[in-house]
Design a protein around this ligand. Structure first.
Ligand SMILES: C[S@@+](CC[C@H](N)C(=O)[O-])C[C@H]1O[C@@H](n2cnc3c(N)ncnc32)[C@H](O)[C@@H]1O
Length: 223
């Protein structure tokens, strides 16, 4: 059985792909990151502590999280050395080195202790993970009690999506966007089964004009 049923094609993450993502993130995609950061803050209510951005690529969402939520420190995590190097340079250029760090890590085996991060965000990466059950098990392990995730994909609003998709299709008519793949009832059921299997009983799936986002919540520790 396919362990990531959201995948539409086999991903390649090399230097060329990392540079391409950096260019897109700084131009066509640039306005989406502050919108997504604001949506993540509103959806989760987290306004302090540690935030991880998983599959952060050039680090734009990580930086937007730090700018949007002043009491948050952020780690941009990616399995690709090239992406990490690019993110580091972007963070340095933005003067955010004190607030945003980078780490090499794979979502299937995160280099963090249990109950570590108050907020775990991720955009446009989940669709490439090899095994969603293993990845979400690991994410839930690292999430701190009282913490939430905001993981998925999208462009922040309907207007931003229209703008970005139009521009991307102008650049490349064959542009393959996961946003084209609508999540159907079967997909949603598989997510629900996945969250039940990792022991997470409080979750919300947002599937609207802001994108497709998974908010997992870990209960506070009992006193
Ligand atoms: C399409 S890019 C999105 C980058 C960024 N989140 C953004 O929206 O600008 C996907 C990123 O996910 C990373 N990635 C893919 N599989 C991963 C995994 N298993 N663990 C960590 N990062 C992963 C890739 O290296 C790549 O940088």
């Amino acid at each position: 059985m396919q362990k990531n049923w959201t995948q539409t094609r086999t991903p390649v993450f090399n230097r060329e792909a990392a540079l391409k993502m950096n260019e897109i993130a700084k131009t066509v995609f640039a306005p989406i990151y502050p919108a997504i950061a604001q949506n993540a803050q509103l959806a989760t209510g987290i306004n302090r502590g540690l935030c991880l951005d998983l599959g952060s690529g050039p680090g734009m969402l990580a930086m937007a999280m730090a700018s949007t939520v002043p009491d948050l420190s952020v780690v941009a995590v990616d399995s690709s050395e090239e992406s990490n190097a690019i993110a580091q340079e972007n963070i340095r250029s933005a003067g955010l080195e004190d607030r945003v760090k980078t780490a090499k890590g794979d979502v299937h085996g995160l280099p963090f202790p249990d109950d570590h991060a108050n907020l775990i965000v991720s955009r446009g990466s989940m669709f490439f993970w090899a095994d969603l059950l293993d990845a979400f098990k690991e994410i839930y392990r690292v999430l701190a009690p009282g913490g939430h995730t905001y993981i998925g994909g999208g462009f922040g609003s309907a207007a931003l999506k229209d703008r970005v998709v139009a521009e991307m299709l102008k650049r490349d008519p064959s542009w393959d966007c996961y946003a084209k793949k609508k999540s159907d009832a079967d997909d949603l059921k598989r997510f629900e089964e996945t969250f039940a299997a990792i022991g997470c009983s409080t979750f919300r799936i947002i599937n609207d004009e802001t994108g497709f986002w998974i908010v997992l919540s870990k209960p506070e520790r009992a006193e």
